[in-house]
Each structure stands twice: as C-alpha cells, then as structure tokens.
Ligand binder design. Structure first.
Ligand code: HEC
Ligand code: HEC
Ligand code: HEC
Ligand code: HEC
Ligand code: HEC
Ligand code: HEC
Length: 426
C-alpha cells in the first residue's frame, strides 16, 4: 500500500513514517482477533492449569467448606468473602494454624470475632503450609468475584472447568468486531491525512494552496480510490468473498435442512408420538415393509378422532376431507431428488436404524422439521461409520465370516457395498 510522496521534501520523513503507521495499524488490525483469542485461551487455561487456585479449591472443600462459605453468607463461621482485606496474610496464616493461640494472645479482632460467634472454636490446621493457606485464600478471592461458577463448584459440579472449554462468548466477539471497526476508521483517517500531507507537500508551490479543506479532502479520497494497488486489493477481496459465497451456495442448492413448513392441520408429533406414545408404525405403515414410510390417510386419524375431540375446528378439517373425498394436502418435508434411491425397510427393518438417527427427536416436535441434510455426503458418512446389524440374520453369516478373516474391524455398511454408486443411483 504505497502512497506516493515527493522526494527532497522536509515532510518526507514524516510521510514515510506515516506509511509505516498505516502498515502498523493494518498489521495490528489483522492480528487483533488472533491476539485476543490467544490471550483469552491463556486466561481460561490459567485457573484450570493446576495452579494455586485449583489446589486452594480442593483444600478449601476438604477442610473449610463445612463451616465457611466463599460468599459473605454465615455458615458456622463467617463468610470468607473479603477475609483477605479484613486481615493481612501473616495474621490469616497464624489464625488458620491455631486460632485459639491468636485469641489467647489478646488480638482484639480475634477476641471480638470469637465472642461474636459465641465462642465457637474453629478447628486448628497446624499441618497446612503457608503456601497451602495462601492457595486457599487465592481460591476464596477468585470464587468470591465469580459468583456463578462458585455456586456450581460448591455443589460439587465440574461446571467451572466445562465453561472453560466453550468458545469465545458473544460479548467477546462483539468487542472484537467493534475493535476492528474502530481500527478500520483509524486507518481510513490516517490514509486521508497521509494523502493530504503529501498533497500539501507536492502542491506547496502551486497556484491555489488555499483550496478549501473539502475539495482537498475529496481529491485525496479520489486519489486514494484511484491508487492501483488499493484498487486491485479491493477487487481481490471482493472477488474472493463472491467466490466463497458462490461455493457455499452451490453446496447448499437443494439442501433443506431445518425446513419446517406450516401444515394444513396443526397435527403435533409431540402430542401423538410424545405424550400419547402412539407408535410411529401405527401411522407410517410403510417403514418396515417398503421404500416409503407413507403418510397416514384420514381414515387412520378417524380410528381415534371419530370419537376424540370431534368438536375441535382442527379435527373438523379431517371430517371435511373425508366428506369431500379429498385427501388432506400435507406439505412434503423430506424429499430426495429422483436420481437417488432410498429405502426405509432396508434401514429400519433390516438395518435396525432408529428413526431418530435420521429424523431427530420427532416425538418432541410440535411441527415436523427436516433435521438432517439428506445430502450424499450424509448418507456416505453414516455408511462408513455404521456397523451392519448382522445379529440373527443368516443372510450375513457368510459375509461376516469372510470379512472376519480379512479384517479385525467390525463389518461396516461400506463393506457390504454401501458406497457403490449403483446402490443409491438408478
Ligand atoms: C468447625 C468449623 C470451622 C472450620 C472447619 C473452619 N473454620 Fe474458620 N472459623 C470458624 C468460626 C466459628 C470462626 C469465627 C471465629 C471463632 O469463633 O473462632 C471462623 C473464623 C475464620 C476466619 C476469620 C474470618 C473473618 O471474618 O475475618 C477465617 C479467615 C477462617 N475462619 C478461615 C478458615 C479456613 C481457611 C478454614 C479451612 C482451612 C477454616 N476456617 C475452617 C469455624 C471453622
Ligand atoms: C391413536 C389415537 C389417535 C390417532 C390415530 C390420531 N390422533 Fe389426533 N389426537 C389423539 C389424542 C388422544 C388427542 C388429544 C385430545 C385432547 O387433547 O383431549 C389428539 C389431538 C389431536 C389434535 C389437537 C386437537 C385440538 O384441537 O386440541 C389434532 C389436530 C389431531 N389430533 C390431529 C390428528 C390427525 C390429523 C390424525 C391423523 C393423521 C390424528 N390426529 C390421529 C389421538 C389420536
Ligand atoms: C398419529 C399418527 C402419526 C404418528 C404416531 C407419527 N406420525 Fe409422523 N406424520 C404423521 C402425519 C399426519 C404427517 C404429515 C404431517 C406433518 O408433516 O406433520 C407425518 C409426518 C412425518 C414426517 C415428515 C414427512 C415428510 O413430509 O417428509 C416424519 C419424518 C415423521 N412423520 C416421522 C415420525 C416418527 C419418527 C414418528 C414416531 C416417533 C411418527 N412420525 C409418528 C402422522 C404420524
Ligand atoms: C437412514 C435414515 C432414515 C431412517 C432410519 C428413517 N428415515 Fe424416514 N426418511 C429418510 C429419508 C432420506 C427420507 C426421504 C425419502 C425420499 O424423499 O425419498 C425419509 C422420509 C420419511 C417420510 C416421508 C415419506 C417418505 O417415505 O418419503 C416419513 C413419514 C418418514 N421418513 C418416517 C420415518 C419413520 C417413522 C422412521 C422410523 C421408523 C424413519 N423414517 C426412519 C431417512 C430415514
Ligand atoms: C444413520 C445411518 C444411515 C444413514 C444416514 C443412511 N444409511 Fe443407508 N444404510 C445404513 C445401514 C446400517 C445399512 C445396512 C442395512 C443392512 O443391513 O442391509 C444401510 C444400507 C443402505 C443401502 C443398501 C446397501 C447394500 O449394499 O445392501 C442403501 C442403498 C442405502 N443404505 C442408501 C442410503 C441412502 C440413499 C442414504 C441417504 C439418503 C442413506 N442410506 C443414509 C445406515 C444409514
Ligand atoms: C449411500 C448412497 C449413495 C451412494 C453410495 C452414492 N450416492 Fe450420489 N447421491 C446420493 C444422494 C442421496 C444424492 C442427492 C443429494 C442431494 O440432493 O443433495 C446424491 C447425489 C449425487 C450427485 C449429484 C446430482 C445432483 O443433481 O446434484 C452425483 C453427481 C452423484 N450423487 C454421483 C455419485 C457417484 C459417482 C457415486 C459413486 C462413486 C455416488 N454418487 C454414490 C446418494 C449416494
């Protein structure tokens, strides 16, 4: 990103250096997310990485938790939140090792506390080292400032460590984006200044040095836009973005994952298959017998709705359909292209694959939704990973024997031809 400036000018060095500033800002801008991310991960790793806090936590739980909370809540003894600001560390160490000795020495704070807690005696911990005690208070301080994980930790749940695994938070991303935007603005302003200065230097002897600020600004912006390297860089970035969008788009043509159209009758799988536990086969009569699972006809609904909830307007739609002898026009959700062959019975009956593996938890769906992508990659992926259900199936006995003599791995669908084009394509 080279911005031309005249030679032999006293501004030269400054402008040269401005160019460097621009480069520097660019570099910072590009590396900010990386830096922040790195920082974020070390920050997250530190407490989990064994250090004092972790040790302190286990010491606290084993020795102190039955009498103390890390909040300011009173249990048997006072809440330890802020204990390190009430007394200094040497005092705390003495206290924890032998609180009775501190009280006996006449220490006014200790005596007052002792009386406040109706002379309840705190256990002495002469075996705890100074480091141990420092660790305990490091943990107490940390836990007191991070209330949510503390509650979980007190309950013994490993929630705190789990949270460290999750990716950067939304807030973090917002901050990064805001930073990048600000840096972009700074960059823009710097570029304008640089170009203004070089203009000023170049045009110092020209006729209209007092051209007003706006015209100078606009010419410098124009120059900025005309600069060939900037232009080509912009075009490149733009072209790459378009290319990426096109490729992403091309891979998603015809993929309807998440498709959940409104149906003519508000039929709920959650109610029928979930709450009333009606078997999928009761309505989808084809799943064990053929290629298609079948959508139930209105007559199957009438088995129950001849009696149940007749007065409901939604149920009345079933009646209307039967009276007019017109099928209910359910909107089809799953739909493979004609070039692909898929058979339910092969998967459900022979393969023993559960409906959920391909359709998701239908019994929880108010409105049916396509959960899987149904792409070729999806089929192939499962065929590579899934073992063939060979139990009680004589058809496979020979194959299993043969396969066992050649390989130690279990027989996968891929091994029985599940990756052959002709199996899925007519
Ligand atoms: C058997 C209950 C009991 C246990 C176990 C216990 N404490 Fe205490 N602690 C007390 C009581 C009660 C007091 C209030 C003073 C008193 O009555 O002696 C107290 C007071 C304190 C204080 C002073 C609090 C303040 O507000 O300044 C600190 C610090 C403290 N304990 C730390 C610890 C640590 C650290 C451990 C674990 C290593 C621990 N205690 C274990 C009962 C206990
Ligand atoms: C095995 C019995 C059974 C079958 C078959 C059945 N349903 Fe239902 N359906 C029920 C029960 C039970 C309820 C809950 C009634 C209630 O809330 O009191 C219900 C509720 C409904 C409701 C909600 C009615 C409302 O207004 O709250 C709709 C809509 C519905 N069914 C549509 C259908 C359709 C369409 C079919 C056929 C594809 C069908 N049902 C098949 C038993 C059945
Ligand atoms: C009471 C009858 C009934 C039961 C029981 C039932 N379904 Fe359905 N199912 C329907 C009806 C009616 C439709 C078409 C309307 C719709 O899409 O909501 C349907 C649609 C579907 C579809 C989407 C079809 C398409 O258009 O692509 C899937 C997948 C499905 N059911 C799976 C299941 C599974 C899995 C179960 C068992 C957990 C189940 N169903 C139980 C009646 C039933
Ligand atoms: C191995 C994956 C897989 C399993 C297991 C599976 N399905 Fe399907 N299901 C599909 C695919 C793929 C389609 C789309 C078929 C098409 O468009 O030709 C589909 C379509 C459907 C349809 C729409 C009607 C049709 O046949 O096109 C229903 C209803 C259905 N499945 C119900 C079920 C039920 C109920 C079960 C469990 C008993 C089940 N499916 C198990 C993959 C599966
Ligand atoms: C959840 C896993 C899973 C998914 C997803 C899946 N399949 Fe399968 N498929 C199986 C299993 C298991 C078998 C073996 C059944 C058997 O024992 O014959 C099988 C067998 C087959 C066979 C017969 C292969 C042979 O050599 O006998 C065909 C064809 C097939 N699948 C097509 C498809 C298509 C098309 C899709 C995608 C739309 C698909 N499958 C998605 C698990 C899956
Ligand atoms: C397990 C089943 C399965 C096997 C094996 C399989 N395909 Fe496919 N293929 C599919 C399905 C399902 C689709 C449709 C995917 C979609 O709509 O996104 C598809 C789509 C395609 C398409 C894209 C067609 C279009 O209109 O986008 C081509 C090309 C194709 N397959 C070629 C092959 C070739 C070549 C092989 C053998 C090396 C093969 N397939 C093996 C299931 C399979």
């Amino acid at each position: 990103m080279y911005i031309p400036f005249p030679k032999n000018s006293k501004f030269c060095s400054f402008i040269k250096c401005s160019n460097r500033i621009v480069a520097l800002v660019l570099a910072i801008m590009l590396s900010t997310p990386v830096l922040l991310r790195a920082q974020d991960s070390t920050a997250a790793a530190a407490p989990a990485g064994g250090g004092d806090v972790a040790k302190g936590e286990s010491l606290f739980k084993n020795n102190c938790a039955q009498c103390h909370a890390v909040t300011d809540e009173r249990v048997v003894g006072p809440g330890l939140k802020g204990a390190t600001s009430r007394q200094d560390m040497p005092w705390l160490i003495k206290w924890v090792r032998n609180s009775q000795a501190v009280i006996a020495s006449g220490d006014p704070y200790a005596v007052k506390l002792y009386n406040e807690y109706s002379k309840a005696q705190m256990t002495s911990f002469p075996n705890l080292s100074e480091d141990d005690i420092k660790s305990i208070f490091a943990y107490v301080d940390q836990a007191a400032t991070a209330p949510a994980p503390t509650a979980a930790a007190a309950g013994g749940a490993p929630a705190a460590t789990g949270a460290a695994d999750s990716g950067p938070s939304d807030l973090f991303m917002i901050v990064v984006v805001a930073l990048v935007v600000v840096m972009l603005l700074v960059l823009g302003v710097l570029l304008v200044i640089v170009s203004l200065l070089s203009k000023a230097v170049a045009g110092g002897t020209e006729a209209a040095p007092k051209a007003d600020f706006m015209t100078r600004l606009s010419t410098s912006l124009k120059n900025f836009a005309m600069d060939s390297s900037i232009r080509s860089a912009t075009i490149w970035v733009f072209a790459l973005l378009v290319l990426k969008a096109t490729i992403d788009g091309a891979f998603n043509v015809g993929v309807q994952q998440g498709y959940a159209p409104k149906q003519p009758i508000s039929f709920s799988h959650k109610l029928h298959a979930g709450e009333y536990k009606i078997d999928c086969n009761y309505c989808h009569t084809g799943v064990n017998r053929g290629k298609s699972a079948h959508i139930p006809s209105a007559n199957i609904c009438m088995n129950c709705h001849g009696v149940i909830k007749k007065e409901s307007p939604e149920i009345q739609k079933i009646y209307t359909s039967i009276e007019k002898n017109q099928p209910i026009e359910w909107v089809r959700v799953h739909n493979l292209p004609d070039l692909a062959y898929f058979n339910h019975a092969q998967h459900v009956n022979v393969g023993g694959v559960e409906c959920e593996n391909c359709h998701g938890d239908v019994a929880q769906m108010e409105v049916i939704q396509q959960r899987s992508s149904l792409t070729m990659g999806w089929c192939i992926d499962c065929h590579r990973k899934t073992e063939v259900n060979t139990k009680d199936n004589q058809y496979y006995d020979k194959l299993v024997q043969l396969h066992g003599s050649e390989s130690k791995e279990a027989l996968k669908v891929a091994d029985i031809g599940g990756l052959e084009c002709s199996k899925c394509h007519y």
